[in-house]
Design a protein around this ligand. Structure first.
Ligand code: ADP
Ligand code: MG
Length: 255
């Protein structure tokens, strides 16, 4: 976890609408290291989703740059997962998780085997021929993640992927998803408004200011884990200290 995979340098971006200009980001700089799980928290409307859209290349920066340091100097593959990452009800789970591969004409025997293994490994083997509507919220989220991972992205951009789930489901699903992502050795940028999620899942947490966003504080998270149970991170002795510090940084911004 040494070298930068993405470097964001003095990034600025404004939205222009009939009602005028909204300055979303101003001189925002940070990097994402290879293999790291980075969480970004910040007040609502401060520009978090805008950052991910810019990294994903869906929009162009107004000024400043985003540099990628992928393998062989190539731009790394990017997987983008949103809060409402709908599966298509008219396709079964297998047809949903292989959709990206199908569109990109990469549904080879080898890739089918990989997807099948992920369904096995992540508890969905018996559900391949079910419709999304027959799965729990957590299972659907796992299926959406497998669909994203099937394209073998190096970086995963997750925009509040758990916020539509109820609290109990969310605890299990976020721990599940984190375990899968770590097993697949991906670099992750997770946007969340849930501080406990940020502290328990991430290697590093960035706290953004209110709009236009800049990085207000940064915390490297080191938890002493008593065991590897789902809620272990939240029981770590350091957990509440991080939580409180981040809470304070954030409440300065929301007052
Ligand atoms: P966050 O994800 O942190 O809640 P966003 O990045 O979605 O914030 O938005 C940042 C700011 O830009 C907000 O004030 C939002 O209202 C505004 N904004 C977002 N998308 C658009 C858009 N398509 N057109 C105009 N303004 C937008
Ligand atoms: Mg957002």
């Amino acid at each position: 976890m040494e070298s930068d995979l993405v470097k964001i340098d003095s990034l600025s971006f404004s939205y222009h609408t009939l009602n005028g200009e909204t300055r979303a980001l101003e001189n925002l700089s940070f990097s994402v290291k290879e293999g790291e799980f980075l969480a970004i928290v910040g007040p609502s409307g401060c520009g978090k989703s805008t950052i991910l859209s810019l990294i994903a290349g869906l929009m162009e920066p107004e000024s400043g740059g985003i540099t990628f340091y992928g393998k062989n100097g190539k731009k790394p593959g990017i997987g983008y997962m949103l809060q409402h990452d709908h599966l298509f009800e008219w396709r079964n789970i297998w047809q949903n998780v292989t959709l990206g591969l199908e569109i990109q004409h990469k549904l080879t025997a080898e890739n089918k085997e990989k997807v099948k293994k992920m369904l096995d490994d992540y508890g969905l083997a018996g559900f391949a021929y079910k419709r999304p509507g027959e799965l729990s919220g957590g299972m659907k989220q796992r299926a959406a993640l497998i669909r994203t991972l099937a394209l073998e992205p190096e970086i995963l951009l997750l925009d509040e992927p758990f916020s539509a789930l109820d609290y109990q489901t969310r605890l299990t699903v976020s721990a599940d998803i984190a375990r899968i992502i770590r097993a697949e050795k991906k670099t992750v940028v997770l946007i969340t408004h849930d501080l406990s999620e940020a502290v328990s899942l991430a290697d590093r947490v960035l706290v953004l200011s209110k709009r236009p966003a800049y990085v207000k504080a940064e915390f490297s998270i080191h938890l002493t884990l008593p065991d590897d149970s789902l809620l272990a991170a939240r029981k770590a002795p350091e957990y509440s200290e991080y939580f409180n510090q981040i809470w304070e940084e954030l409440s300065d911004e929301t007052q």
